[in-house]
Design a protein around this ligand. Structure first.
Ligand code: ADP
Ligand code: MG
Length: 890
């Protein structure tokens, strides 16, 4: 393999020595000179633009028309008032939308890409934005290419360049004649932003940031379409229906009014006012705010939402198909046991002080024990892709956790990577890929070549025909080895096996899997990976919340079952299945597979490529599936599951890009927290919908009673606008800041197809409409009968409606629980909003311009108290319905 860059590339890269990379000082200088490796950020829309966008709605056009009509009929004050209301409304909307989109941008910034570079001859990981020209970068399957680079070393490399070329098939990159002097043009390159789907490579950075190919077209790519959450689409459709209904009702009322001899311009303004009150125009914004608030809450709990609809869908998932390593376990692997083929057991100190560890075996001389372990550990070290570096007296590993654990064990066994690689110069390697389940390397040794393999025991047993018995190879006893492996796996240890082989006269052709035959099996080792302490509780929470948990792992069934019971998963032995059975069922047809997945909850020895089939089958069985993943091969499952959850630490860039959600601490418990927040967000959205639709419906009912029954218009158009755009506009968003009620995880998930307007919601809307609309009408009619002037009656009615809205907001805080059982100060924002609307309305009674335009006037404290009493009727009605609901559920 070629390890030096051609001279011309060296020129291009300045002084970089192609094998040891730039020095830190050089890198810092270049960073100073050429700037960060960042793409131009898509311009965020300014506050002014967001504000102007608020006026792009048919409803606003109608209002503008209304203002024009008011001007025409010389009601200049009304026109000015409409203008003020529109400004206030636009401002409220813009502030909300702006903060929601800022929250989303802040979350995107958390997804900081990392690059593995060689600097000062050391492999280190840095944030990709600090890359400079001439940096030597290591690329690995699953990673995103962080800058434009010239490849100086490739191994089985496939790149997905669809982002740049539109070509969906991955492109293979090869260096035509390794080692020969060739010019730059025939060197393969990798472009920033493309994805490595297989293999490894080393590349020299030739362009960063804006100078890269993608940098030059970034402006266009940044314009990625913003897809709307399905919930929003459904609600937009619902708003349309309401708009048409309201239009019909308004026309009807205008007709009746004309017959009654009311003035056409007043009727027109009334229709506009009604339209504005009944159409829940605040809904889309309230929902984006609800989702943004949840996103922010989730981010604080290590759950990053990449696609907004996931907030909603996470709450309705009925099954989590989870990885084992790193998600249920800590992914802190330590090799503790070694078992040699002759049955000798060796134990390695689990201590993290690598230099002070001993290897022991019962009744074996410590030196002999170490020597025997070292023979096996050689195969743990040579095909290893990780690295172990000393930093301030402590050893630090870089790379795959399995690899790092093996390196640490090798170090404890006295093996030193540099000495060993001098003794066995590398000829070629087969890098670890999850679907291979092993990694192998070929080394020069004397006249011939030597093969070392590490990987899954069952695969390696298949490659071997002899086993090491201490005094030399004997013919293999596969059953005995499988028993040894099962015993170790049964203790919950992750088992890795080792084998070696020799090619006496050197290999023919490039090193490949066909060389891995007739090997000598060296033995197995067991690694501990403790279950995360918070996982058992999280799994209990899932069970309580009606969410099933399935484990999908590439590991051995015995290890999987042991870890699963440790994690608190409840399952029977017949619920354990393997990739082989899944494959067989798949071949027999979808219904066979569905029968299997209906029951199976532990899927062991599953190839990542099988995950998708399992997820799709679980979905066919009626589950709403959240699936976790980290590797390249998990991408299809992450994309097609209802909710794809990628691991933030262990996960590859490919997995993250395919996922809806990234869990930054890789922790299963965080997913459960996400479910809780998702359910809470959905609950809050329902609360706002109820609030907005119910008050709108009540106003329609008020007019539908008053106009045909021959009463004057109960509220003036400007009063309707005031009520809906100003006072309600302040309150509705406070409702979406409601904290989770705490019982989110003690309820079954809602059915995936369940409409927002379910029976509970429809009944509540009906109750509110009747109580508020009917109550308001009764008050109005009674006041007129008592001899009140129309103006005075409207004044009281408007106050009553503001209060109805206050109380409605308060009762909407919970769908099931009584307001009195909720913490009174649990949502300070909401209390503030209620107080603010009351204060605003009372102030308007005293401020001359508002008083005259709204045609309102101050009232006595007694009247105020009476109105409050009347408004509490909605509290009583709703509390009764909540009480009924709680009884039905029980
Ligand atoms: P899990 O589902 O627990 O994450 P993996 O798919 O990561 O399991 O691993 C499957 C099997 O592949 C392991 O049991 C092990 O035998 C093998 N394996 C994992 N990592 C490596 C590695 N770095 N090198 C060689 N073999 C590995
Ligand atoms: Mg894995």
């Amino acid at each position: 393999m070629n390890t030096t860059a051609p001279p011309s590339a060296r020129n291009f890269a300045g002084t970089a020595a192609a094998s040891s990379g730039l020095t830190r000082i050089e890198a810092a200088e270049r960073l100073e000179r050429f700037g960060l490796n960042l793409l131009p950020a898509p311009a965020a829309s300014s506050f002014v633009l967001t504000f102007l966008r608020q006026f792009k709605s048919p409803l606003i056009y109608i209002l503008l028309l209304a203002a024009a009509v008011s001007l025409l009929v010389s009601e200049a004050a009304d026109a000015a008032f409409i203008g003020v209301v529109l400004l206030a409304n636009g401002l409220i909307g813009a502030v909300q939308e702006h903060s929601a989109s800022r929250a989303a941008a802040a979350l995107r910034a958390l997804e900081e890409p990392i690059a593995t570079v060689i600097r000062d001859g050391q492999i280190t990981q840095i944030e990709a934005r600090f890359l400079v020209q001439g940096d030597l970068v290591l690329l690995e399957a699953g990673g995103k290419v962080p800058a434009d680079m010239m490849l100086v070393e490739v191994n089985d490399l496939l790149c997905d360049e669809s982002l740049l070329t539109g070509e969906s098939m991955p492109v293979r990159k090869t260096i035509s004649s390794p080692g020969s002097a060739i010019d730059d043009h025939s060197r393969p390159t990798a472009s920033a932003g493309t994805l490595i789907t297989r293999g490894r490579a080393k590349g020299l950075v030739i362009a960063t940031g804006r100078s890269t190919g993608i940098g030059r077209i970034a402006a266009e790519i940044g314009k990625a379409s913003v897809s709307q959450p399905p919930l929003m689409i459904r609600l937009a459709r619902f708003s349309n229906i309401i708009a048409w209904t309201v239009g019909g009702v308004s026309l009807l009322l205008i007709a009746i009014g004309l017959m009654r001899g009311l003035a056409w311009n007043e009727l027109f303004l009334m229709a506009v006012g009604l339209a504005v009150s009944a159409i829940p125009e605040g809904l889309p914004i309230a929902i984006s705010v609800a989702l943004a608030i949840s996103m922010r809450r989730m981010a604080k709990k290590n759950v990053i939402v990449r696609r907004l609809p996931a907030v909603e869908s996470l709450g309705s998932c009925t099954l989590i198909a989870t990885d084992k390593t790193g998600t249920l376990t800590l992914n802190e692997l330590t090799v503790t046991d070694i078992r040699l083929p002759d049955g000798t057991d060796l134990a390695i100190d689990a201590s993290m002080d690598l230099d002070a560890c001993v290897i022991r075996g019962a009744g074996i001389d410590p030196d002999i024990a170490r020597q025997r372990a070292a023979k096996l550990l050689k195969a743990a070290l040579l095909p290893n892709e990780g690295s172990l570096q000393e930093e301030g007296g402590r050893w630090r590993g870089v790379g795959d956790t399995v690899d790092v654990a093996l390196l640490e064990a090798a170090h404890k066994g006295g093996l030193r990577a540099d000495e060993l690689s001098d003794a066995y110069p590398l000829i070629g390697r087969i890098a670890y890929e999850p679907d291979l389940k092993y990694a192998a390397s070929l080394h020069r040794s004397g006249q011939g070549a030597h093969i070392f393999v590490k990987g899954s025991a069952d695969v390696l047993i298949g490659m071997s025909d002899r086993m090491d018995a201490g005094h030399g190879p004997v013919s293999i006893d596969r059953d005995a080895l499988l028993r040894q492996m099962a015993e170790m796996a049964g203790r919950g240890l992750r088992v890795l096996a080792f084998a070696e082989g020799a090619i006496d006269d050197g290999p023919e052709g490039p090193f490949g899997p066909h060389h891995l035959t007739d090997l000598v099996f060296l033995g197995i080792c067991g690694m501990q990976d403790p279950v995360r302490p918070e996982v058992p509780q999280a799994i209990r929470d899932c069970h309580a919340a009606g969410v099933e948990v399935a484990m999908v792992t590439g590991d051995d069934p015995k290890t999987a079952a042991a870890i699963a019971s440790e994690a608190g998963l409840i399952f029977q032995d017949d619920q354990i299945t393997t990739g082989i059975e899944v494959q067989a069922a798949e071949n027999a047809g979808a219904s066979q597979l569905d029968d299997l997945t209906r029951r199976a909850r532990i899927y062991a020895r599953v190839a990542p490529s099988q995950k998708l089939a399992i997820v799709l089958s679980l979905a066919r069985n009626g589950h709403f599936v959240a699936v976790t993943g980290d590797g390249v091969n998990d991408a299809p499952a992450l994309k097609h599951a209802h909710v794809g959850v990628a691991m933030g630490r262990k996960g590859t860039d490919v997995a993250k890009e395919s996922a809806d959600i990234v869990v930054t601490d890789d922790n299963f418990a965080s997913i459960v927290t996400g479910i809780r927040e998702g359910r809470a967000a959905y609950g809050n959205i329902r609360k706002v919908i109820l609030m907005l639709v119910a008050t709108g419906g009540a106003e329609i009912l008020l007019f539908m009673l008053a106009i045909p029954l021959g009463l004057p218009m109960p509220l003036l158009p400007v009063q309707l606008l005031w009520l809906n755009l100003v006072t309600n506009g302040i309150q509705d968003v406070a409702l979406v800041a409601e904290r989770p009620e705490g019982d989110e995880l003690s309820r079954p998930p809602r059915r995936p197809g369940e409409p927002i307007f379910d029976r509970i919601m429809l009944r509540r809307i009906l109750i509110s409409t009747v109580v508020i609309g009917g109550g308001g009408f009764a008050l109005f009619a009674w006041l007129l009968r008592q001899g009140y002037e129309v103006d005075a009656a409207r004044n009281m009615l408007l106050l009553l409606f503001v209060m109805f809205e206050n109380v409605q907001t308060l009762t909407s805080r919970s769908e099931r629980r009584s307001v009195f059982s909720l913490a009174f100060f649990g949502n300070p924002l909401l209390l503030a909003a209620i107080v603010a609307t009351q204060a605003l309305h009372i102030a308007a009674m005293y401020v001359p311009w508002f008083r005259d335009t709204l045609e309102i006037a101050p009232i006595s404290l007694m009247e105020w108290a009476l109105m409050l009493l009347a408004a509490s009727s909605i509290l009583i009605a709703t509390e009764l319905d909540k009480w009924r609901l709680r009884r039905v559920i029980r």
